[in-house]
Write a protein that binds this ligand. Structure first.
Ligand code: NAD
Ligand code: LMR
Length: 337
């Protein structure tokens, strides 16, 4: 019996993401929680003839905690696209003031009702909201770093698509699985194109093309924010990316082995390889890296790629580390005050 809860299920990401989860045969129960409109989403999805049961949960007032509790009770995986998205001219960090409190409230709910669940955080700014989840769960005495995932999968999806678009005759996006490390905002996003599946094609680009490609991955979110012209940020590609990570976790939970995905994780020494990774990123507590997934969460951090990067990527990593350290501090300070 596998239960998945989506918090923020009536939103631009929440709705298509919930649809994708609803279609996964490994899911027995789908709990939809939001502070608006969620009964309609639940009724709509509930007509789909896949075998999972769908329930929606709407609080009756700001003070009502029973709806969140009911959505979370018994959940194995909690996916969180709750919160405000960007408008043109805003950075993800501009969302901090409002989304930090939303995330803290949801983290408290998880601590009380589903402390063993895998927690997948989509709400921006991810670089800071994931530390808020970690600190809040810690305060409540239920924190397991191997079950907390900052969702940076959209950066990988974009990195795969954008390099393929430069070689349309010879490649398709699915040929690639770029390792994108660091965080999820501007220069904290570091696509390691010189490694693995993209090495050959990346090597064919001149310096200007390389810079433009990396810049496009780092600021890909802005393309969508501008194109939507005030109506929000990426929703459909994000729903796909969030589902991709959730799907891999569902496979790992059901016993499949050898699954590696990138995620923004807490480099806590309880996780194999995390201490080594932490040393390589100047002592940062959170960083996106490939991890091995198992039944109980993150089993191992694959930090070796950080030793394989070229000199240009080393410079990009340094910039990312400097910015991330401030983003992480901000989240920790908020949650521990
Ligand atoms: P949206 O406004 O369309 O939807 C957000 C939903 O969250 C709304 O339905 C809202 O009612 C709900 N919500 C607000 N407070 C809540 C609470 N306390 N509990 C439960 N639900 C609550 O926004 P969106 O486009 O779906 O984006 C959601 C978030 O995801 C934003 O912060 C956005 O920046 C972020 N995002 C992250 C990534 C990523 O790569 N990690 C990508 C895209 C967007
Ligand atoms: C993205 O990368 O698309 C998201 O983080 C949303 C945003 O604000 O750009």
């Amino acid at each position: 019996m596998v239960k998945v809860a989506v918090l923020g299920a009536a939103g631009g990401i929440g709705q298509p993401l919930s649809l994708l989860v609803k279609l996964n045969a490994k899911v027995d129960e789908l709990a939809l929680f939001d502070v608006v409109n969620v009964p309609g989403v639940g009724a709509d999805l509930g007509h789909i003839n896949s075998d999972s049961k769908t329930q929606s949960y709407l609080p009756s007032s700001k003070e009502d905690k029973t709806a969140l509790a009911a959505a979370l009770k018994g959940s194995d995986i909690v996916i969180i696209p709750a919160g405000v998205p960007r408008k043109p001219g805003m950075t993800r960090d501009d969302l901090f003031n409002i989304n930090a409190s939303i995330c803290q409230g949801l983290a408290e709910g998880i601590a009380e009702n589903s402390p063993k669940a895998f927690v997948l955080v989509i709400s921006n700014p991810v670089n800071s909201t994931v530390p808020i989840f970690a600190e809040t769960l810690k305060k409540k005495g239920v924190y397991d770093p191997s079950r907390l995932f900052g969702v940076t999968t959209l950066d990988i999806v974009r990195a795969n698509t954008f390099i393929s678009q430069l070689f349309p005759q010879d490649t398709k996006p699915s040929d690639f699985n770029v390792r994108v490390v660091g965080g999820h905002s501007g220069e904290t996003i570091v696509p390691l194109y010189s490694l693995g599946s993209t090495k050959k094609y990346y090597g064919e680009l001149n310096e200007e093309q390389k810079k433009a490609l990396i810049h496009r991955v780092q600021f890909g979110g802005d393309e969508v924010v501008q194109a939507k012209n005030g109506a929000g940020s990426a929703t459909l590609s994000m729903a796909y990316a969030g589902y991709r990570l959730a799907e891999q976790i569902l496979k790992a939970v059901s016993g499949e082995t050898g699954i590696v995905e990138c995620t923004y994780l807490n480099l806590d020494s309880k996780i194999k390889g995390a201490a080594e990774a932490k040393t390589l990123v100047n002592g940062l507590d959170f960083f996106s890296l490939p991890v091995v997934l198992g039944k109980d969460g993150i089993e191992e951090v694959k930090y070796d790629i950080l030793n394989e990067v070229n000199d240009d990527e080393k410079k990009l990593l340094q910039v990312a580390i400097d910015q991330l350290s401030k983003n992480i501090e901000k989240g920790v300070a908020f949650a521990t005050k």
